[in-house]
Design a protein around this ligand. Structure first.
Ligand code: MC0
Length: 160
């Protein structure tokens, strides 16, 4: 059910400087920026290919908003670099359940809000040969499939 690499998450100390590098070196442009307080990141999404229908592949540049966030802790320990890989799926709930049933730790009971109104969950890196792995259903895929709304997802998260 995993249909693509949705994005590669790259941890950085200075988001603006890192965006400048990717723009000047490769010509990638920022399509979206946001702060996700729950995740403790300020992020920029750079389109690599595709459209907004769910098939897009992105680079996701991540600057921590606090030192005790997942990205802040990882940066302090490892320095800048690839933080996670995200596989896209039309149904993050079903795939998380199926992968969890294989003994891989799924980090959230219910998917949470990700970039650009996506729904996301993570698999523990220690169960994935050292790779922090995200599963994501984009807003476009959710609209196409009539999946759960963001409001329902947020309510789910608050309930847990
Ligand atoms: C930690 N570890 C990693 C890792 N982060 N290994 C590979 N890749 C990573 N990114 C390893 C550590 O080196 C350590 O190994 C062990 O996992 C425990 O790490 P820790 O530093 O003690 O930290 P924990 O256990 O408190 O948290 C690790 C965990 C956490 C993966 C559970 O980072 C987490 O919940 N991540 C999911 C959320 C996340 O990453 N959010 C930021 C992106 P050793 O061998 O030293 O024991 S938000 C995002 O991406 C959203 C906005 C989106 O896509 O839309």
């Amino acid at each position: 059910m995993l249909t693509r690499i949705d994005h590669i998450g790259i941890a950085c100390h200075d988001l603006d400087a890192t965006v400048g590098f990717y723009r000047a070196t490769y010509g990638f442009e920022v399509a979206h920026t946001e702060v996700n307080e729950e995740q403790g990141v300020r992020e920029a999404m750079l389109r690599v290919n595709g459209t907004d229908d769910g098939g897009t592949t992105w680079l996701q540049l991540l600057e921590p908003t606090r030192e005790d966030s997942a990205v802040g802790k990882w940066l302090a320990k490892n320095g800048e670099g690839v933080h996670h890989i995200a596989f896209g799926t039309p149904d993050v709930d079903a795939d998380a359940a199926a992968i969890g049933a294989k003994g891989v730790r799924v980090l959230y009971d219910e998917p949470r809000r990700g970039s650009m109104e996506s729904r996301i969950t993570f698999l523990h890196p220690k169960d994935c040969h050292g790779v922090l792995t995200e599963l994501v259903t984009s807003a476009g895929e959710r609209a196409a499939g009539g999946a759960e709304t963001t409001e329902e997802a947020v309510q789910d998260n608050e309930d847990h």
